[in-house]
Design a protein. Structure first.
Length: 202
């Protein structure tokens, strides 16, 4: 941990200990909680942040995929202009914002608890070693930030692949079985004049 960070966190943590204050402002954690916790090596909360921010972004991924013309299989049945999809989309955004707001207020306290836990695990020998062990327990790691970025990128890619390929394939097979292998477009329905039907599942 750099001297600048040490000068900030030592008195800040002392104030938390003396006052019991849990709420404080952390702008970085509001926008990028997963990277903040990864940088501080608070891996439990880094993983929680990655999973929640990715989960809350799924409706947005679907919106982008449909808007980009990726409408095969499962996505073909989604109407991104429907009221129901708007409800899901906005609810996910609100949940994500709520999580970000919590991280804005409580990330410093979570980091403080992490450092204290690490210090207790080291069984401090005396007051003279507190600062040394504090630096070891509360250090930062830019490599961890890149690792968390790679993990989240992989998860996002896996979700997109799952939605478009696996779910889409199952939905497509089910639709084909229900229609005798025929598609919903006009060319596959003979001369009956049937047009393509859009079914909303949202």
């Amino acid at each position: 941990m750099s001297v600048k960070i040490k000068l900030y966190y030592l008195p800040f943590f002392k104030r938390i200990k003396d006052t019991g204050q849990k709420i404080s402002i952390n702008i970085v954690s509001f926008f990028f909680p997963q990277f903040y916790f990864a940088n501080r090596k608070v891996w439990l909360w880094a993983i929680i942040s990655i999973l929640l921010t990715t989960l809350f972004s799924v409706p947005y991924f679907i919106y982008l995929m449909v808007n980009a013309g990726m409408t095969g299989g499962f996505l073909e049945g989604i109407n991104i202009e429907s009221t129901s999809f708007a409800v899901v989309y906005n609810t996910a955004n609100l949940l994500n914002f709520g999580f970000q707001a919590l991280m804005l207020m409580f990330s410093n306290w979570i980091y403080y608890r992490h450092v204290i836990k690490k210090l207790k695990q080291k069984k401090l020998a005396g007051e003279s070693r507190v600062n040394e062990n504090f630096l070891e327990s509360g250090g930062t790691s830019m490599a961890s930030v890149f690792i968390s970025l790679a993990v989240q990128t992989f998860i996002v890619g896996a979700i997109i692949l799952f939605i478009y390929t696996i779910i889409g394939g199952k939905y497509g097979n089910k639709k084909g079985n229900n229609t005798g292998g025929r598609s919903w477009d006009k060319s596959a329905s003979g001369n009956k004049g049937n047009t393509k039907r859009n079914v909303s599942y949202c």
